[in-house]
Unconditional design. Structure first.
Length: 209
């Protein structure tokens, strides 16, 4: 159900230094710690590492109140977006997984972001230690199936590379993201309480071996 035959891993993940992290609470899963961030390709999308040139389109996306309506509830500043881009790159080094930029394969346009994180969120109950998936699209990419396409190929990489369970968190009224999550194997698990109220935690089991 979750295999994506059209997906192609363009840059292989290569483990380095994993043994140095074996006793660290945020150690990489298995021996995965890339020195190069993998790129994923579908018929329409190139999903790649963030570049410094992504700052302007990413800042425009995160400044849109409709984009952030269900993601934090308020627009983000250019400075906050720049910090997040740097965090996204660093996550790959620390954990062996992280976030990518979603781009249009035909013309390179920035369309959004997708990936996995260890958020250490202030939620009760929490899900520390379980990778959390997230995605966000610019309004120009809404309603075209790009979210489902990107989520499917990212999960295909996750299953082949890490193979563990993962979660995503979705605001109760974000019906579009709930549909994307459920279409890709997530199911509601419980409602957690955080600083901004209740949020749904959706869980996807580890890929059966």
């Amino acid at each position: 159900m979750f295999n994506c035959p059209e997906a192609r891993l363009l840059v292989p993940v290569q483990g380095r230094f994993a043994g140095k992290f074996k006793d660290h609470p945020l150690k990489p899963l298995g021996s995965v710690l890339p020195h190069s961030i993998p790129q994923l390709e579908t018929r329409r999308l190139l999903i790649r590492a963030h570049l410094a040139t992504d700052l302007d389109p990413a800042a425009r996306m995160w400044a849109d109140s409709e984009v952030t309506r269900f993601i934090g509830g308020k627009p983000r500043s250019r400075s906050e977006v720049w910090t997040t881009i740097q965090r996204n790159i660093g996550s790959w080094w620390l954990l062996g997984y992280g976030f990518w930029a979603i781009t249009d394969r035909s013309d390179g346009r920035f369309l959004g972001e997708i990936g996995f994180l260890e958020g250490l969120r202030d939620l009760s109950p929490g899900h520390e230690g379980t990778p959390e998936m997230g995605w966000c699209l610019a309004p120009s990419a809404w309603g075209s199936g790009i979210a489902s396409e990107a989520v499917a190929v990212a999960l295909d990489w996750f299953d082949r590379t890490l193979g563990t369970k993962c979660v995503c968190i979705i605001e109760p009224d974000n019906k579009a993201s709930v549909r994307v999550a459920e279409r890709n194997g997530f199911a509601w698990d419980y409602d957690a309480t955080g600083p901004s109220g209740s949020i749904g935690v959706f869980r996807r089991p580890a890929l059966a071996q």
